[in-house]
Design a binder for this molecule. Sequence first.
Ligand code: NDP
Ligand code: 2IT
Length: 451
Amino acid sequence: MSIVETEIKKFENGNCAENKVFYQAMEEVIRSIAPLFESDDRYKRYAVLERLVVPDRIFKFKVTWMDDEQNIQVNTGYRVQFNNALGPYKGGLRFHPSVNEGILKFLGFEQILKNALTGLPIGGAKGGSDFNPKGKSDFEIMKFCSAFMTELHKYIGPRIDIPAGDIGVGAREIGYLFGEYKKITSTYEGVLTGKPFMFGGSLMRPEATGYGTVYFTETMLEMEGKESLEGKICTVSGAGNVALHTIEKLQHLGAIPVTCTDSKGTIYDPRGVDLDLLKELKLEKRVSLEEYINSHQEATYIPVSEYPEGAHAVWSIECYAAFPCATQNELTEIDAQSLIANGCISVSEGANMPSTPEAIDIFLNNKICFAPAKAANAGGVAVSEFEMAQNAAMSHWTFEEVDERLKTTMQQICKRVALTAKDYGVEGNYVDGANIAGFKRVADAMIAEGI
Ligand code: NDP
Ligand code: 2IT
């Protein structure tokens, strides 16, 4: 049995449906890092992998709150503190009905390696709740956030664990969470990132993940000798924080993003997405994308129900570069094949693990420039760390300063990943490069800190 098979077998015991995505994330990493284990026996001697795949601790708690009709509602809250070898636990909070321990373990595990790749002193964590923010009033969101923080505050702190946003959690929710933390502890400190600018948020944090993904892609295309994004048709999925700012940066660079999606359907606007309208629909009105075509008759709306199982309309559209920015496993084997058939040469993951393992294999076998999530979307958490630094110094950096640092960070990550892949004999494979570079940094810290 190969070293990879032996390691994977160890973790398969106890596998259950809830852990499926966690095992998916873990298997990919174990496969990538096999050469490291073969070349350096310290990793085995110190049982680094066995220690890394088990979270340091998981908090699971009840969140009780009252809706606008005065009904009492009960949800489950979580915080998975995965690994703090490199710095305090750091990672977002997701509010979505699908949230469970397995999803948060997958996200927390990815976060450890992503944060390591930034080169910044941050460990990995993730949290959230099965609370569904959709259709809730502003007061209900506020009440839920307060109830959630009533429990969460016990486990976090600016040098312990610093949550931020993710799906369903943006500046509004972080504001309410921060307000409650301050009330409970009577302390004003940088315990959350992604705060509104007026009370300690960093400029550019809302833009950071999307902009960062595009900066990474620019660098990757240049390093791989491909044409730049200028003038090129791009497809983007999602219509949330990451998608909107990916579209925005693509437009800054003269590219033409022609799609966006939400959980109900896809918009295809061949003349280029109307970003102002999209922001109005999604950030202000918080309504379905279907409304886009009321203002743009030349655009097409394709409801999810009209598309065959296992495929997604957004990936059937001709493009030069694709940017999956919605959620995990939203780009399948069938989607990968149709992207390639339609001339796509580059795929960059703005979302966390949006491509299935089969889709990734197809991209790598066809020499598509493939930027994996933990490298390509690390700009969000990098600017979160910049926010922590600004809070600690009670200062503010300008938009230009943060943007410049973000750009440099993404270029450095891209180069580190590409060079690592080359060093380990898998040139051009950014998946292995990212996993090896991220793992090595955390593993070496764990060994240096003792057991
Ligand atoms: P938002 O909540 O702002 O937006 C999420 C978008 O994805 C919405 O358009 C939503 O549609 C869609 N979506 C969510 N779940 C599903 C689903 N199950 N099926 C289809 N569509 C879905 O979240 P973000 O933009 O912040 O996050 C998007 C992705 O990026 C996630 O994978 C997140 O983990 C990742 N990410 C986020 C970072 C950040 O800084 N925010 C940093 C790094 C990664 P609808 O509104 O209809 O639900
Ligand atoms: O997946 C991610 O990197 C995030 N949701 C952002 C985490 C953070 O702490 O800013």
